[in-house]
Design a protein around this ligand. Structure first.
Ligand SMILES: NC(=O)c1ccc[n+]([C@@H]2O[C@H](COP(=O)([O-])OP(=O)(O)OC[C@H]3O[C@@H](n4cnc5c(N)ncnc54)[C@H](O)[C@@H]3O)[C@@H](O)[C@H]2O)c1
Length: 344
């Protein structure tokens, strides 16, 4: 049976990324998938490239009326309507950590008989995520940290590209930087930006933070935090550490776990944004924080291409319902069941 995919347009006007590139859509079409792509005013790849790849073009928001067997693929949130969701949807639902609106979203699926196959929970057998934007998030986070530190960046930020950022990073004054979570996706991306800036960072991962040396951390001018932890660990910096002697002037928290019990940087209480890039945590000596939670959207082309390359093999496996898809579906059903039981 032909698997029919429907790539929807994103609701957020600043979201230029897409989960599937035209080239990867062409591969799917050549392998027997039917791929429909909605028009979008802001998507980084033009709709004509998808049409040329053999995709059917539909108007923005048309997925709502698509036949039941379509698998609807997107990245970020769905619009508030319809109230009942009857398709299988692949996107980042942000629905399993008690986020705002999570229960309402899951109830919409339950009411319509649809299923959320959450991109964040497509994992291999060891629990590692298979499709993620981390590399370019870390790259952009470190690039913003360096450029802000050098006074070379003005808000509001606008989507740009890696060659443009590389050019801005090249040739500035040397600085000292530490990346924590250096071996992960974001950490490796941060390393790339720092290298482009002529900086060889101190690279810390699990082994180097086991016996945390905070004074050593504070001796760096720039900190890029890129850890992913699923258990509470001692914070890397606490508010009182900021009043110790320090060279540290700029913190970029790529992890952005503000408000979570796993937060390793409980030195701030709200994120920054494209409009307000940085916030002062201390005045004398200064210490600025960057904590932007949609970093990869700032390099939409590179982020889209990398993500689609991750997602393509998973989409190919969709008809066979391989274990990542089974786990994602089980998580959805288990969570919906738990919600219904607690509200009984
Ligand atoms: N701000 C954004 O726009 C954005 C975008 C994508 C990802 N993220 C976030 O960035 C974080 C990292 O994501 P990732 O894909 O790079 O994860 P990852 O799993 O690839 O890497 C995380 C790294 O952190 C390390 N780590 C874990 N605990 C540590 C500790 N106590 N000390 C030092 N290192 C430790 C791990 O060993 C690993 O190398 C996640 O929280 C993710 O949600 C943010």
């Amino acid at each position: 049976m032909t698997v029919r995919l429907w790539m929807r347009s994103e609701v957020r006007p600043t979201e230029r990324r897409a989960p599937i590139t035209p080239a990867d859509a062409a591969s799917l079409v050549s392998e027997g998938f039917a791929v429909t792509v909605e028009e979008s005013a802001q998507r980084v790849h033009p709709i004509g490239d998808y049409a040329a790849a053999g995709c059917t073009v539909a108007e923005a928001g048309g997925w709502v009326d698509a036949p039941d067997d379509f698998v609807v693929v997107g990245l970020k949130e769905l619009p508030d309507d319809p109230s009942e969701l009857r398709h299988r949807h692949v996107f980042f639902g942000h629905a399993y950590k008690k986020q705002e609106g999570a229960e309402r979203l899951l109830r919409r699926f339950d009411a319509g008989g649809g299923v959320l196959l959450d991109l964040e929970y497509l994992t291999d057998d060891s629990g590692r995520r298979l499709a993620a934007f981390g590399y370019w998030a870390g790259y952009v986070g470190a690039a913003l940290a360096v450029l802000h530190h050098r006074g070379a960046l003005d808000a509001p930020l606008r989507p740009t590209s890696v060659p443009e950022l590389d050019a801005l990073l090249a040739g500035g004054d040397p600085l000292s930087a530490v990346v924590i979570g250096a071996l992960g996706r974001c950490g490796r991306g941060a390393d790339r930006a720092l290298t482009a800036a002529g900086v060889t960072p101190t690279r810390w991962d699990l082994a180097e933070t086991r016996d945390l040396d905070r004074p050593a951390l504070l001796r760096h001018e720039v900190l890029v935090n890129a850890v992913l932890t699923s258990e509470p660990i001692p914070p890397f910096l606490r508010p009182e550490d900021l009043d110790e002697p320090r060279a540290l002037r700029t913190v970029c928290d790529v992890t952005c776990d503000v408000g979570s019990p796993f937060n390793v940087l409980p030195i701030y209480d709200s994120t920054t944004s494209w409009d307000q890039l940085a916030r002062a945590l201390r005045e004398e000596p200064p210490l600025d924080l960057i904590a932007i939670d949609n970093l990869p959207s700032l390099v939409p082309l590179e982020a889209t291409d990398a993500f689609s390359a991750d997602l393509l093999p998973l989409l190919r496996d969709l008809p066979r319902a391989t274990s990542p898809w089974q786990r994602a579906e089980r998580l959805f059903h288990d969570t919906v069941t738990a919600i219904k039981e607690t509200s009984r």
